[in-house]
Design a protein around this ligand. Structure first.
Ligand code: ATP
Ligand code: MG
Length: 204
């Protein structure tokens, strides 16, 4: 691979069960606001943090992610966690991106602000904060007080920014499908059609 100089890479990890406009708006706003060259969407394999016993298969989630991002030239899909056996830890994913892109690429991990405190408790968080900066999407007026508990070195690696449309969630979309309520305009039409075609989320 030809190494590119001084690239800024965004990584948007998630279950994407299903992907929705909250994720897409956040990734695009982060790209714009932090001058990222590219945002890679990384659907999780078997999610260790989710309590729901049967989320959609990684294949379905990867396919919906691809359908959602395909028209944006700055977005791409990584199957790294989908193809990996067993649990995936963010640290392993970020390590592989760091190796693949080389030292001239700065890595930004994009997440909802609510998730940041959770991340601080993740496996090998120390190395995580060394390898990547974090872009935390907040609701306008969101209280970031909780971050004060984190070590200073980590806090310096967290950039927060306001994103509209944060009320959309995959949980709500799954519930709507199960109840026969419209999900139109909450996610791309291609993804909606895929959900209908494959009969996803009909039963919770
Ligand atoms: P679920 O309801 O199943 O938890 P979700 O909508 O939170 O799903 P995830 O796949 O869990 O979606 O989220 C992936 C990432 O996107 C996380 O960092 C999360 O904080 C962030 N995120 C989720 N929903 C939004 C949203 N509406 N706006 C901005 N970021 C979001
Ligand atoms: Mg979530």
């Amino acid at each position: 691979m030809v190494e590119q100089q001084g690239r800024r890479l965004g990584i948007m990890g998630g279950t994407f069960d299903p992907i929705h406009y909250g994720h897409l708006v956040t990734a695009e706003a982060a790209r714009d606001c932090f001058a990222l060259d590219e945002v890679v969407f990384v659907p999780s394999g078997r999610p260790p943090h989710k309590s729901r016993s049967q989320p959609c298969s990684p294949e379905h989630r990867a396919m919906m992610t691809l359908l959602a991002i395909i028209t944006n030239p700055h977005f791409s899909l990584s199957r790294i966690e989908v193809d990996r056996e067993g649990y995936s830890y963010a640290i392993d994913t970020i390590r592989s991106f760091a190796e693949q892109y080389g030292p001239d690429t700065e890595i930004f991990f994009i997440t909802g602000a609510d998730a940041i405190l959770e991340i601080a408790g993740w496996y090998q968080a120390d190395e995580l904060f060394q390898l990547a900066s974090f872009i935390a999407a907040t609701r306008p007026g969101f209280d970031l007080q909780g971050l004060n508990r984190l070590p200073e070195a980590w806090r310096q690696r967290i950039h927060s920014f306001d994103v509209p449309a944060l009320a959309i969630s995959s949980t709500d979309i799954r519930r709507r499908v199960a109840q026969g309520v419209s999900i139109r305009y909450l996610l791309p039409e291609t993804v909606e059609n895929y959900i209908i075609k494959e009969g996803l989320y009909v039963r919770q």
